[in-house]
Design a protein around this ligand. Structure first.
Ligand code: C5P
Length: 225
């Protein structure tokens, strides 16, 4: 029996993985795993319950009991924690930074492993994260590592925020991006790095269309689509 196909997309925050994964999942009719949202929800729930972000025992218990659902709503995926839609509370940099702190703890990562693997269902999965191709789905049929310079990712983030009519501070955002990158790349367990068999794509000077075209050609060469 052949394994359910997985397209693993890893890389730092803001490189365009989210958009690429949505496009790939629509194109192939595969479901989508936003693994970063799981770490974000865990950090959000911990902060709400007053659990310190380095309290391994309490974080592991919380990770194991997390009542989390992903629901399709109006063409977007809503993140539901204990029957409450928390999507809008977890997308800020404060929660991203908190997520990267709980994500350094190897016991927390282990507690979340099976929850992520359970998303591997027919006809296939697009998995978005930091360790999809290296740890969670090492046998993924197609692995992509989408990178971009920190300066370019900060520039895109500023445009996104200012597009909503809010003023953004480029230097502050760049500092936050670099701090989170450092934590994700230098942790002992499942550090952010390309799998040896990943296609490394640097999107610094590429449009989203160019990224998608290159990724699709690669996926088709691997999945025989
Ligand atoms: O991708 P996103 O920005 O939502 O991820 C938030 C944080 O969660 C990352 O900075 C990283 O520390 C952690 N994460 C992880 N492994 C994943 C996905 C996210 O460690 N597979």
């Amino acid at each position: 029996m052949s394994l359910v196909p997985v397209i693993a997309v890893d890389g730092p925050g803001g490189a365009g993985k989210g958009e690429l994964c949505i496009r790939l999942s629509r194109k192939y009719g595969f479901s989508l795993l936003d693994s970063g949202a799981i770490y974000r929800v865990l950090a959000y729930a911990a902060l709400k319950k007053g659990i310190a972000l380095d309290d391994t025992v309490s974080l592991v218990a919380l990770a194991k009991s997390l009542n989390l659902e992903f629901k399709e709503e109006n063409n977007a995926v809503a993140i539901i924690l204990d029957n409450e839609n928390v999507s809008k509370f977890i997308r800020n940099e404060e929660t991203g930074s908190a997520a990267s702190k709980v994500a350094v703890i190897s016991e927390v990562r282990a507690a979340l492993l099976q929850r992520q693997r359970d998303f591997r269902l027919a006809p296939g999965l697009v998995a978005d994260g930091r360790d999809m191709g290296t740890v969670v789905f090492p046998d993924a049929q197609a692995k992509i590592f989408l990178d971009a310079s920190a300066e370019e990712r900060a520039r895109r983030r500023v445009l996104q925020i200012e597009g909503r009519g809010v003023k953004a501070d480029y230097q502050k955002i760049l500092g936050e991006i670099k701090e989170r990158d450092d934590r994700d790349r230098n942790r002992a367990t499942a550090p952010l790095k390309p799998a040896p068999d990943a296609l490394v794509l640097d999107s610094t000077h590429l449009s989203i269309e160019e990224v998608v075209d290159t990724a699709v050609k690669f996926v088709e060469s691997k999945l025989g689509k």
